[in-house]
Each structure stands twice: as C-alpha cells, then as structure tokens.
Write a protein that binds this ligand. Sequence first.
Ligand SMILES: [Zn+2]
Length: 182
Amino acid sequence: MSMLSDESYKKYKEISEKQGIKYKSNSELRDTADNLVGFFEILMEMDQEEQSYKRRLKSEPKGFSMRGNGRNCSLCNKSISEEGFYDKWGFKCMNCQDAINKKKIPGSLCGDYEHKKYMTDSVLSYKTGIHIQTIRKLIRQGKIKARKIPNGPYIITHKDNSNIQTIIHQEKRKEHLNKPKT
Ligand SMILES: [Zn+2]
C-alpha cells in the first residue's frame, strides 16, 4: 500500500534527482520515500510530545513523573522503560533525578547528547579505547576529575578536566609500551 499520492512520489523523484540521487526502480523510490515519511512522523510525534510536556510544566513547574517507555535519560543516557521524571532539564531516570535533587550533579548538564559539556566514564572509554577500569583508576588517582552519580556512572566534565588530552595520551603510550611485542 502506498503512503503517498502519485503526485508526491513524482515530486520526491524530482527533488532527489536535483540532489543527484537516482533510484534503480519505482519501487525503490517509493520505499525510500515511505521510510522518510515514517521517520518524520516519528520525529513529529516526539516533538509534539515534548511540546505537551513543556506546556504541562507551566502548571507543574517542579516537574512530574512519567513512564520512560524507552526514552533515554538526559543525564546517564540509559534507556528507561519504568518510571522517570520530567522537569525543566528534560526527562531523567529516577536515579539521576535524585542526584540532581541532592545537588550532586548540576541539572544544567542534562541534554548534552553531543558530549559538549561532559562524558560518562563509559563514553570516555568508548571514545578513547581505554579500558573503563583504567579510566576509573585514573579517577581514583585524581588524574581525571569526576563526580559520581550514586548507583550510576561517573560524570567527567570538560571544564574540570582541561588537561584530559594529555592524560589520555600518556595512558595510551603506557598501554602501548606495556604491550608485548609480537
Ligand atoms: Zn539517568
């Protein structure tokens, strides 16, 4: 079944061709267009949902609890199916919410999906290829400054760690030197 009118598929074909994209067949063109429509429907739905939460904040400025339904926590980034909390910093798992309420972590760090302000220990490990245990050792040694979300990951802000490149570099060199030569 087609999701769009013939006219829309034709239009989509024209736009694609202008961008230098050619489809092997009409069915490929239709599939691609349909996928795109499905994708935007999801985006719009998410956006509308987000807008409705923002409206709700006007009457409940402190925030409200809601089920995660697979939403990501805007601080630890875990996918949450159970109950979470929504406030001006966005949706969070209960554990992160608690850490923010107790002022262990500033709420302003929430929503940093591009890691412009901080990384968790596991993200840093993933990005640098340094084992997470090594990262945690560096934290214990005070070489990396981090705050722990109780029962959650470490939060490593760029602000507190202006020298992190050097530390990572040193650690990588050490790892390299310790590696048995083959
Ligand atoms: Zn969380």
